[in-house]
Design a protein around this ligand. Structure first.
Ligand SMILES: Nc1ncnc2c1ncn2[C@@H]1O[C@H](COP(=O)(O)OP(=O)(O)OP(=O)(O)O)[C@@H](O)[C@H]1O
Length: 706
């Protein structure tokens, strides 16, 4: 039995007598979900369909605590969440409940009982299981994991190698190829179907793509690397194996899945493979918040869950919303009621409020930025901290004007969902060195590292990587390699580093210190803003200290990267109080007292990139629903009327007119307070819009398309 599955060293006493009812705050439906088949020998599958803000995360955390109190072994509890942050939060919340109950009994805190070693994302748990079972499925356990960028690069390289770049007609780019591949793997649909439905302009390349994907899989195998999709694919394969599937399933008494609406077919197959009868399986989700179909997630998973196992699942619906005021909820309900298919539920709340959500008409994006800043400062004066206010938008680029305005006014903010830490080239460089040391056969990492050395280009790097692939020990091949004379000094420094990194017994995180010292002079040479980037490298080194080994660090940072880098629009203006800027996708699961949604116009939401099919449009509607239901007390949908065209001379006046999003229909306007804002300097906001202006705006919007 692998070490990770060893029994807990300090088991929780079975069925502890409960002094105070820690579940008293739950409502009847939440309680039913928490108590479902507790203590039963064979707990039936359970689906909790929970509306936005109805406490599903809360319920799941209480269920975890309840199960542990009833004697469940935390080591045999698999908790699958959408992000690592969600896994940590869940563990902490369950810990708080347990703490409240157990503290009077065991005294002195009762902490430490709630480490949930199997709480994490599908991808990170998949990586762990694959390493544990590597030997059984013919996988070398030193495999490294490619992030999306590495995978694209490898796809590009293979595409070139098999001669698809030189074709007369333009073959799809590497990023598109990877998206198609990923979609096929995650949706489990045949290539032809995926091309027809999602990438119709690539249909003519079906045969070539098939050949490319075959070669891509071979390349990954040769180099002993796995991409994100492999983590799910291999896990699903193991789960469907008649011998391994039950063995893996038997490691866990309970399998709990959060945000089930954003899982894909492969993830559903993993659950059914491990637990064909659904015993101990509980999933929680909201079909109205399914927003990840571009990653292959399918809302069908949640709609079909009740009949997925050999026994029917029980269904519990949570409809009481604890987050938002009644008017916010009424507007959100009206919006989602127009959706084509969903589990019927209508949220209600007893949080009364006087104000309606606002629909704010604004002349253009620049005024939108000014108005939002002004409102945010007003609200702060009224006692709402900046961290309790968020500005949400459909695409990361939509906040550009606002970011400038915030910086001009010195309002601190943090942005989620922009450029990711791992996408920054300096972070990629450092990680590539570590990866090349961990797995010398991983060519993408090696290729990147070697070309950091002055005088070494793609041809020399390829020769060295070939030599490494053929040699029994990578270090010997590196030491014996002859580089051009002008690279000699830099090369020797690299060989010394590589020798250290390949020496057994090097104590992590010493590796990253060595890499940092080697890399910083290169950073100085390569970038003008080296200082800001060096701070990121420092942050990476600090993160590294929190991991047990090079191997786990590389796996975890690839799977769950930190968000912010100095590569963003500006340095993160951190303060003890700061405003939240976030894409709607990254706002999932969060809540704020006040929410502004930018660019609530057709073309932005629905995005003009996503209006291909009825399903795409439906997903855009759900996105707006997710954004609106993040608000507790104040909600503002901002509708700028005019967009300046980006590619034109400075001070150019070319622009287009936009219309309010189609999702807020005239019949829904009664749920909003409509206001118009003409100019930040003349305080004209909140006056009812004069009919003359209304007409003018409407006519102009229409004329723009004549
Ligand atoms: N029984 C309850 N009594 C009081 N407040 C509750 C109760 N259940 C949940 N809440 C509160 O309601 C809010 C929403 O809860 P939670 O984040 O768990 O909802 P959710 O269903 O996961 O939301 P979403 O899906 O919209 O992200 C939180 O502030 C939570 O503390």
């Amino acid at each position: 039995m692998p070490a990770a599955f060893a029994p807990a060293s300090a088991p929780v006493p079975a069925a502890v007598p409960v002094p105070d009812d820690p579940f008293a705050s739950l409502n009847a439906e939440q309680r039913a979900a928490v108590e479902h088949d507790v203590g039963a020998a064979a707990p039936r599958p359970l689906l909790v369909v929970a509306g936005a803000g109805s406490g599903k995360t809360n319920t799941l955390a209480h269920r975890v605590a309840r199960l542990i109190l009833a004697g469940a072994d935390p080591q045999r509890l698999l908790l699958l969440t959408f992000s690592r942050r969600a896994a940590n939060e869940m563990t902490q919340r369950a810990g708080n409940v347990l703490h409240r109950v157990l503290q009077p009994i065991v005294g002195g805190g009762g902490q430490g009982i709630t480490t949930l070693p199997w709480a994490g994302t599908f991808h990170s748990i998949g990586a762990r299981l694959l390493r544990e079972f590597a030997g059984r499925i013919g996988l070398d356990e030193s495999f490294t994991i490619h992030d999306r960028g590495d995978s694209e690069d490898l796809m590009g390289m293979v595409r070139h190698e098999i001669g698809l770049t030189g074709t007369q007609k333009r073959f799809p780019l590497k990023g598109t190829c990877l998206s198609i591949y990923s979609r096929v793997v995650n949706s489990r649909d045949p290539l032809g179907v995926v091309l027809q439905s999602t990438f119709p302009w690539c249909c003519e390349w079906e045969d070539e793509l098939k050949r490319l994907f075959g070669a891509y899989v071979d390349a990954k195998q040769e180099q002993n690397v796995l991409d994100y999709d492999d983590l799910l694919l291999f896990w699903a394969e193991m789960a469907s194996d008649p011998e391994l599937g039950p063995e893996i399933g038997a490691l866990f008494d309970h399998v709990l899945v959060d945000e089930y609406q954003d899982t894909n077919r492969l993830q559903a197959a993993i659950i059914t493979g491990m637990k064909p009868d659904g015993q101990g399986v509980m999933v929680v989700g909201d079909d109205a918040q399914s927003i990840y179909s571009f990653r292959g997630a399918t809302v069908r998973n949640i709609l079909d869950f009740p009949g997925q196992f050999s026994q029917p699942a029980e269904l519990i619906t949570l409809e009481r919303n604890y987050r938002s005021t009644q008017p916010i909820l009424a507007a959100s309900n009206a919006l989602i009621a127009a959706a084509l298919e969903r589990h019927a539920k209508t949220l209600w709340t007893d949080k009364a409020a006087t104000g309606l959500p606002q629909l704010v008409l604004i002349p253009d994006e620049a005024e939108q930025a000014r108005w939002v800043c002004r409102r945010i400062l007003e609200q702060r004066e009224a006692g709402i901290k900046l961290t309790q206010q968020a500005v949400l938008f459909r695409a990361a680029s939509h906040s550009a004007a606002l970011e400038l305005e915030l910086m001009r006014r010195n309002i601190p903010f943090v942005k989620f969902g922009g450029l990711k830490f791992l996408e920054a080239s300096h972070i990629k460089d450092v990680l590539a060195v570590l990866r090349f040391a961990q797995n010398p056969n991983g060519r993408m990492a090696g290729f990147r590292v070697l070309q950091l050395i002055p005088g070494i280009g793609p041809a020399t790097a390829t020769r060295l990587l070939d030599a490494v692939a053929e040699a029994p020990e990578a270090l010997a091949a590196v030491e014996a390699f002859e580089v051009p004379a002008r690279s000699r000094g830099d090369w020797d420094a690299f060989v010394t580093l590589y020798r250290h990194l390949r020496t057994p017994g090097l104590r992590w995180p010493a590796d990253i210190e060595l890499v940092k010292n080697w890399y910083l002079p290169h950073l100085e040479r390569l970038h003008d803003d080296a200082q800001a980037r060096a701070a990121d490298v420092e942050q990476l080194a600090q993160l590294a200290g929190g991991h047990g080994s090079r191997e786990t660090f590389l796996a975890e940072i690839t799977l769950d990267p930190p968000e912010a880098t100095s590569d963003r629009a500006g340095p993160p203006l951190l303060d003890e109080d700061y405003l939240i800027l976030s894409t709607i996708h990254s706002s999932k699961g969060q809540e704020w007292t006040s929410v502004h949604v930018l660019n609530v116009v057709d073309g932005c939401i629905p995005s003009d990139m996503s209006t291909g099919s009825a399903e795409d449009i439906e997903e855009e509607r759900r996105l707006l629903y997710v954004a609106m239901t993040r608000a507790k007390e104040h909600l503002h949908l901002v509708v700028p009327n005019r967009f300046f065209i980006k590619q034109q001379a400075q001070m150019g006046d070319r622009h287009v007119y936009a219309a309010r999003t189609r999702f807020v229909t005239p019949a829904m306007l009664k749920h909003f307070e409509e206001c118009v804002w003409l100019n930040a300097e003349t305080a004209q906001s909140k006056k009812p819009m004069p009919e003359s202006v209304r007409m003018l705006v409407r006519d102009r919007a229409r004329n723009a398309w004549k």
